[in-house]
Design a protein around this ligand. Structure first.
Ligand code: PMP
Length: 375
């Protein structure tokens, strides 16, 4: 081996920016000399209720089988999902979180840019960073269509599709802005997209939608064979640490996604917990209720302090705070972890996840103090 040589990766791999995740509680405690129990994390759109109790019991029951590989086909979880979403099992792909689904779609449908073969993915400005990275890791070109009112400009996105476009990515609601588009807007968009272009509709925050905005994603997937809907157990179902997500798509697309999937991508604890969480309606309803109640309070506080915010259908709100780095740090020193969104080009904003009432109250008190002081 000669030391002056090193393994060669394509330039687009070297240019990837590692995903900046929410700052962990343990790390904040270490760096700021705070007790872990005094820290609240409103940074990663996690569920503040903790894991559903039924999921915990399901994990306990499965633990003793930990020496065995998980079911590679997720039979029991797919059966439960099929029942709930009124779809056949061969329309379902399981993922190690829905980030895994986003990667599977990128890997299956995008290819490294070759001089003679252009290939691109169309997304909106403020598209979820993990999707942007999944696209870039394939070497395909990323086309970012400027947002309208912080949300998707579906008309401009449809116009941005070219013969080189293989995937269009939509998030409804969107992270980090929380914006939402209606079924009518979505259907009109889908009518305009050629059948050989995949539309990846990321519905990670679907369960937080207000009832009058909800629509039947299964019906859409049946109507549009180029549509892939992705969902997650990380948010309203309260299982972010276990990593489970899934996709709904035609058997043809599902088969392709399964070809690029790691055989054992969803571990056995995650599969068992997801089945339990799926039938815990009380937990899900409480997640929804608590979140809507909190969102309204977030809006009220922003109005009180004269801060601009974007109305959100997710479990978080982006707030325009001006010097976000300074405020982020001042909040950290008070044991409150929120999220900077500078990577999205929202340098003056912070994204804050709705927590438990007492966590929100602590954040509100800190913001009142810090924003008034700096005004
Ligand atoms: N899509 C969106 C829009 C998200 O905000 C997130 C989580 N932040 C995900 C997908 C992925 O979540 P997970 O991998 O935990 O399912």
């Amino acid at each position: 081996m000669t030391t002056e040589l090193r393994p060669v990766a394509p330039a687009y791999i070297g240019s990837l920016k590692p995903y900046q995740a929410g700052k962990p509680i343990e790390e904040t405690a270490r760096e700021y000399g705070l007790p872990e129990a005094s820290i609240i994390k409103l940074a990663s759109n996690e569920n503040p209720l903790g894991m559903p109790p039924a999921a915990r019991a399901a994990i306990d029951a499965i633990l003793q089988g930990g020496a065995r590989y998980p079911d590679p086909n997720g039979h029991a979880l797919k059966t439960a999902l099929a029942q709930r979403y009124k779809i056949e099992k061969n329309w379902i792909t399981l993922g190690n979180g829905s980030s895994d689904i986003l990667e599977l779609v990128a890997r299956a449908f995008l290819q490294a840019a070759q001089p003679e073969q252009d290939c691109n993915a169309v997304s909106s400005q403020y598209a979820f960073m993990a999707w942007q990275n999944a696209v870039k890791a394939t070497g395909a070109r990323m086309i970012q269509v400027p947002a309208k009112d912080y949300g998707h400009d579906l008309d401009a996105m449809a116009k941005a599709v070219t013969p080189a476009t293989r995937v269009v990515y939509l998030a409804n609601p969107n992270n980090p802005t929380g914006t939402f588009f209606s079924l009518e807007q979505l259907s009109a968009f889908l009518e305009r997209i050629p059948g050989d272009v995949v539309v990846l509709l990321d519905e990670a925050y679907n369960e937080y939608l207000e009832p009058q905005l909800r629509y039947d994603s299964t019906e859409l997937v049946r109507r549009y064979p180029n549509l892939v809907v992705s969902r997650t157990f990380s948010k309203a179902f309260g299982l972010a640490g276990l990593r489970v997500g899934f996709a709904l798509a035609t058997p043809y697309v599902t088969d392709l996604l399964n070809r690029v999937r790691q055989t054992f991508n969803v571990n056995s604890l995650a599969q068992a917990a997801a089945i339990a969480a799926l039938s815990d309606d009380d937990y899900l309803n409480e997640s929804y209720r608590l979140n809507r109640e909190g969102i309204v309070q977030f809006y009220a506080l922003c109005k009180e302090l004269g801060l601009t915010y974007v109305e959100s259908q997710g479990n978080f709100v982006v707030i325009k705070v001006g010097n976000s780095a300074e405020l982020f740090d001042a909040l950290l020193r008070r044991g409150i972890i929120v999220r900077k969104v500078v990577d999205y080009g929202l340098g003056e904003w912070l994204r804050v996840t709705v927590g438990l009432p007492k966590e929100n109250a602590r954040f509100f008190a800190a913001l009142r103090e810090l924003v008034t002081v700096s005004a």
